[in-house]
Design a protein around this ligand. Structure first.
Ligand SMILES: C[S@@+](CC[C@H](N)C(=O)[O-])C[C@H]1O[C@@H](n2cnc3c(N)ncnc32)[C@H](O)[C@@H]1O
Length: 482
């Protein structure tokens, strides 16, 4: 996190300057943090300014002060950046979903790229500026003269809460667990916005309560919706206690009578008192626990519990990049064996299978690996094997199988150290690391860099207008291993 990195450099600066909370100051914004905050300096003391863009001059109110830095929010813009736009969302900046909505889209990607470069330098000690091969943005629509971003998410999970005794559905206010009641979100399709509003109103009419995170009482915790490439919808209601049978029937009938493209409705029971969204148990109340999506012409059966990338357009480009990096520098990859660690429903495995000899996929979630096995059949792909296990527990068994390349696409917390050790000790020739978290990617590259050269990195803008960025990194074993 860029702001954290800055914070470390400037310990105790507060002793040298004279500002306090609620002061109004004029600031020149000299840099941008990864999460959209403008960065200003008073003497050498850093101030992170909400709503300000690099190059701007603003008046700002100091919100919070500490020894090493302060937070402020912009009040007026005295000099405006060319990259500023009017946010296309009435919930901005209150909603924690998107933090970069006040910037032009290409600039948001530029901010994320810069932040990525700083993170790699600071955490991994790697200078990656010249290694960035491509920054892959959303498509530009010439007819609309704009980027084709609206409705880019194919999965949403919205928390449910209540306000003044009324059930509300939305997203959390930034850095809190206060839900903002949201009627429309540009990242969701009109279909999904409409359906969420409808379910909210049914729940209100049927007096179904929302779950309260403090008292741990109430029924509905989250609503999850997946939308596939045919605009079919899967609805998952995550509940804390069983709903009466007649209420479930009414709810189901109302949804399917109005929305003919809803093909699956599931009740997922989550009795845990923590922040994990899905519970272990579930009941299908309409259709099957199944929706089919499509990436690079392969079809994927997805269960409600399986991970699948949230942005279909960009996933096509992400997986194409993985294939490109697999081929990069190789004469022929028909004869190579690949491990796809953290394989989910097998989407990377099946995308690369037709180019290589064999792919071994490893995934810990049983439903996802069951889907992966079905997906290989659906797509008539036979040179793949899937294992339900932790990568750290399985990789050593598989690495004996003459493995040339390991693809890893771990969750946000990155790769277990033992997995990295296994890759290094077995002198795997090529590693393709797909990551949604630059900080843990940098931590892991910090270890791998001694044995591997980072050849190329691509950034894929998967989570538009938020601070997140997806990366694909191609690593090749150094000729002489230390
Ligand atoms: C970022 S997703 C990537 C999935 C897949 N590659 C894709 O593109 O859809 C990470 C996956 O790793 C799985 N996972 C998390 N920890 C794991 C572990 N220790 N071993 C194996 N799989 C794990 C998750 O269930 C999830 O499916």
């Amino acid at each position: 996190m860029l702001s954290l990195l800055y914070r470390e450099w400037d310990k105790n600066m507060i002793n040298q300057i004279n500002i306090k909370e609620n002061d109004i100051v004029t600031l020149s914004i000299i840099d941008q943090d990864y999460d959209g905050l403008g960065i200003a300096k008073l003497d050498d003391y850093l101030i992170f300014v909400k709503g300000a863009i690099v190059g701007e001059k603003v008046t700002a109110k100091i919100d919070k002060i500490s020894k090493s830095f302060a937070f402020a929010h912009a009040l007026t813009c005295l000099k405006k950046s060319d990259n500023r736009i009017d946010p296309k969302c009435k919930y901005f900046p209150k909603c924690g979903g998107c933090s970069l909505l006040h910037m032009k889209y290409p600039f948001t990607v530029h901010v994320k790229k810069n932040s990525f470069i700083v993170t790699m330098k600071k955490i991994a000690g790697l200078d990656v500026k010249d290694l960035i091969d491509e920054v892959i943005m959303m498509d530009y629509d010439k007819t609309k003269l704009d980027y084709d971003i609206k409705g880019f998410r194919n999965k949403i999970q919205m928390p449910v809460s209540s306000s003044n005794g009324k059930l509300i559905v939305g997203y959390y206010e930034k850095e809190t667990h206060n839900v903002i009641d949201i009627d429309y979100c540009f990242s969701q399709s009109d279909n999904v916005n409409d359906l969420i509003k409808y379910i909210k109103n049914i729940c209100r009419d049927l007096k179904i309560s929302s779950y309260d995170e403090v008292t741990k009482k109430g029924i509905i915790r989250h609503i999850l919706i997946r939308e596939n490439y045919l605009n079919e919808l899967m609805v998952v209601l995550i509940i804390n206690e069983e709903l009466k049978k007649d209420l479930i029937e009414i709810l189901k009938n109302k949804i399917i009578n109005k929305y003919h493209n809803v093909i699956s409705i599931i009740m997922n029971y989550n009795y845990k008192k923590n922040n994990v969204i899905l519970g272990d148990d579930y009941k299908v109340i309409f259709g099957k626990d199944e929706i089919i999506d499509c990436i690079l012409n392969n079809k994927y059966k997805l269960s409600h519990k399986s991970f699948f990338q949230v942005n279909r357009t960009q996933t096509n480009k992400l997986y194409s990049k993985v294939i490109e990096y697999l081929k990069d520098g190789e004469e022929d990859i028909n004869n190579i064996n690949v491990i796809d660690g953290y394989c989910g429903v097998g989407s990377i495995s099946l995308s690369i299978a037709k180019h290589v000899k064999h792919v071994y996929g490893i995934e810990v979630v049983k439903e996802a690996i069951d889907d992966a096995i079905v997906n290989a059949k659906i797509n008539d792909i036979h040179n793949v094997s899937f294992y339900c296990d932790k990568v750290e527990d399985k990789i050593n068994d598989l690495i004996d199988k003459d493995i040339d390349c390991v693809v890893i696409d771990p969750p946000r917390k990155g790769v277990e150290r033992s997995v990295i050790d296994s890759i290094i000790n077995n002198r795997i020739k090529k590693v393709i690391y797909v990551s949604c978290n630059p900080a843990t990617l940098a931590r892991d590259l910090g270890v791998l860099k001694e044995f591997y050269d980072v050849k190329k990195i691509s950034l894929v803008d998967m989570f538009c207008y938020s601070s997140g960025i997806e990366t694909v990194c191609c690593l090749v074993k150094k000729r002489k291993q230390v």
